[in-house]
Design a protein around this ligand. Structure first.
Ligand SMILES: Cc1cc2nc3c(=O)[nH]c(=O)nc-3n(C[C@H](O)[C@H](O)[C@H](O)COP(=O)(O)OP(=O)(O)OC[C@H]3O[C@@H](n4cnc5c(N)ncnc54)[C@H](O)[C@@H]3O)c2cc1C
Length: 450
């Protein structure tokens, strides 16, 4: 069977869904195909024992590219906001802070007493007062104009100019790992400043009250208003002729279907896109850039059920610095009770290995996360039950992140009318679901302009 569409989108990750919904809304007859039997990729939900478990994304930032796309396509963005307070556990000691503007978090961490005390104890190389002010001023300057100097320092080197306090370095590393899926010594400093400038660091983030899968269904509906969306339909091949994309071959209900389309958008990550279209069809420069640059980031996601709260009261979201692997945690059922059976808690814990370049020693990393749970959360042993310990390794289909910021590919490929969206392609200043959404907006604009 052969069918025609203006646009074929491969993959229902949030990047693919956003691109498909925008283009369908703008008048392009669109087909979106997903190989799994659920929508959303790493922004989805699976049910277990009455709990609604996230497959990846948990906190969704408000007012960014993602929510804007929902507005443009007329889909509801039903998200319950977190209170504007942040709970930090630093080297075992707890701090509460109010988040009022993008710089608050950075000001607070660079201002922590713990840092000053340590510097004094270590006889640090610079006076704590001077270091503190310098860091705050420098952060403010760089965030206002992130790429101005074209600084080629990594973030750790950048911070070293102002302080060598190891606790402070660890705190910044924790924040970077939690939001940008690589370590401070792996991240170009200007990418961090650009992220802080764009996103407004953790201000107004929320959780989908009945799980992400319900939220992404709004985008599926937007696509179906001017096209089709199919589950359980893996794309086997992207068809290319004379350097130009022609469509896709999809396996559906045991048969291959040929879909002709002028444009193909892949949300499967740049590497899989190349596999699907055949590497011979790509320019050498493009393939070389992909080999040299593209680096995925790992992550561990531990989901725990309990009949008692395991996190400190009111810690809807907390950053953990100084643990073995865990960098952040939260109790989503506190905010959205429908995510757990009545009276139960559902907490999540994100962990990160010490190196983002090579695949993890999975069993070892699991043990480290489990030790963190026992050491950082005393109620865990008695009340907690691990529902899921997800390993999102650098070489898996669903890594922690498809590209470290600054190491991602362009949205356009070297094949005419074949684009990538999602986390593996460029959208400076954004991370996670907002990054994926931003790439979709950029590609939809490119196509609409043609
Ligand atoms: C543990 C973890 C925690 C996270 N926490 C957050 C968070 O709190 N906030 C946040 O904003 N972000 C978070 N993220 C990141 C966020 O989940 C991702 O940025 C986002 O979901 C990526 O979307 P994507 O468009 O790249 O597509 P993906 O989610 O990678 O989806 C790609 C889709 O393509 C499909 N596919 C692949 N091959 C084919 C094929 N041949 N044919 C058809 N379909 C195919 C896959 O099945 C999949 O559904 C987290 C990620 C992880 C792993």
């Amino acid at each position: 069977m052969e069918r025609d569409y203006d646009v074929a989108v491969i993959g229902s990750g949030i990047g693919g869904l956003c691109a498909g919904a925008l283009l369908a809304r703008r008048g392009y007859r669109t087909l979106l195909v997903e190989s799994l039997d659920r929508w959303g990729g790493r922004m989805s939900t699976v049910e277990k024992d009455g709990y609604k478990l996230p497959t990846g994304a948990i906190l969704l930032h408000r007012d960014g590219p993602l929510e804007n796309i929902y507005k443009e396509v007329g889909a509801g963005f039903d998200v319950v906001n977190l209170p504007r307070t942040l709970h930090c556990r630093i080297e075992g000691k707890d701090y509460q802070m109010k988040l009022n503007n993008p710089l608050t978090l950075l000001r607070v961490v660079s201002d922590l007493e713990i840092s000053r005390g340590r510097l004094a104890r270590l006889g640090g190389s610079m006076a704590a007062e001077i270091g503190k002010k310098k860091i705050q001023q420098a952060l403010g300057r760089e965030i206002k104009n992130p790429f101005a100097k074209g600084a080629k320092l990594d973030f750790r080197e950048w911070l070293m100019q102002y302080t060598d306090d190891e606790v402070l370095h660890k705190i910044f590393d924790t924040i970077i790992v939690a939001v940008l899926v690589c370590h401070a010594w792996e991240l170009p400093a200007d990418e961090f400043f650009s992220y802080m400038a764009g996103l407004g660091a953790l201000i107004d983030a929320g959780v989908a009250p009945r799980g992400n899968v319900e939220l992404v269904e709004g985008l599926v509906e937007a696509i179906r208003a001017n096209g089709d969306a199919w589950l359980s339909s893996p794309v086997k091949r992207i068809m290319v002729e004379k350097g130009e994309v022609r469509g896709i071959v999809v396996e559906r209900e045991g048969r291959d279907e040929i879909i002709s389309s002028n444009v193909v958008i892949s949300d499967t990550g740049p590497r899989r896109t190349v596999d699907l279209a055949g590497s011979d069809n790509f320019g050498r420069k493009y393939l070389r850039e992909m080999r040299m640059k593209l680096r995925a980031g790992p992550a561990m996601l531990v989901l725990v059920a309990s009949d008692e709260p395991l996190l400190p009261k009111s810690a809807h979201f907390m950053i953990i610095s100084g643990a073995r692997r865990l960098v952040c945690a939260g109790d989503v059922a506190l905010l959205c009770p429908a995510l757990a059976p009545a009276g139960k808690h559902l907490s999540y814990y994100c962990g990160y290995p010490l190196n983002s370049l090579v695949p993890m020693e999975v069993e070892w990393e699991r043990i480290q996360c489990q030790r963190d749970l026992e050491e950082q959360f005393p109620g865990f042993k008695k009340h907690g039950e691990i529902l899921h310990m997800g390993v999102h390794d650098v070489d898996s289909d669903f890594p922690g992140g498809r590209a470290w910021p600054g190491y991602d590919m362009p949205q356009e490929t070297s094949i005419k009318n074949l684009y990538n969206v999602g986390e593996g392609v460029k959208a400076p200043g954004w991370s996670g679901t907002n990054k994926a959404a931003k790439t979709a907006a950029v590609v939809a604009d490119m196509i609409s302009r043609c």
